[in-house]
Ligand binder design. Sequence first.
Ligand code: FRU
Length: 326
Amino acid sequence: QKQGDKIKVGFSQAMTTDDWRKQMNISIKVEASLRPEVDLTIKDADNNVQNQIEDIEKFIADKVDVIIVSPIQSKPLTAVVEKSIKAGIPVLVVDRKIDGENYSAYLGADNIEIGRIAARYIISNSKGSGKIIEITGASGSSPAYERSLGFNQIIAKNNRFEINGTIHGDWEKESVKAPLKTILEQNPDIEYIFAHNDRMALSAWETAKTQGLEKKIKFLSVDGLNTVNGGIELVKSDVLDGTILYPTGGNEALKLALKMYNKEPISKNNILNTIVIDQNNAEIIENQMDKVDQQQAVIESQQRAIKVQEGEYASQNNLVRLLSFF
Ligand code: FRU
């Protein structure tokens, strides 16, 4: 099969600095490696909206067959996604959304529901009342908006619980420290912290620890990665009370992109399952995820071996061709 015959899939990734996105890239690459007809290109926007717009413009100019995008922010990425649709290139939006409905399909867990699950978890695991701090993801990114929406909906219905402070984080650890320190100084009786991801929750725990409050507060967050300092490890080491699994959907994204290319019917909204990971199931989930990681590693090493063999085969062929001159 010639390069030109392949199905060109362009994936515009928001950034690749954190483990969640690294895992997403691994799973989409593994899926692509199992499909020789696919030519996958990943462009990393480095958390810069302008870069991401340019990356997608480039995919449109290159006339890729399908675009997958995880938009850094909703609003600024909306126009370029619409441009791609107008140019006849279908767009699968993953994890974070754009504004409006002008995309081909969406894939990701239900972030409003994740917020609700977090609130219900706090309510049902408490002694009946409590003061809460919420730490949000970056403003302008849809999971931050939606997780907050769902969380506040449920807490607002329950007059025994109160959100005593909201920290507007940016998904990363540093954004949590200074504002949380101030809030905890003023409210040392805070009992729950819900952070929109595990990285910020760990940062919150570290900050509370400097004030000797880390054991009094229960921490809940989102992602549930099976990595060093990932949510599962933090649950097992009693840093987090729980984390709500937010699957990256890398492999599903590629499968859906191919269905879109083949014009097979798919739903507009493709919702990935989620689950609360806490002391009750962390071990089991960790074992399952270890197995998947091992399988992915085997596939990756087989793919590398095949590439080496292909290279040797090509150079042998060249040699045969050269010898045939004599
Ligand atoms: C990774 C991340 C995750 C979070 C997701 C939301 O970059 O910050 O921690 O769940 O993005 O889009």
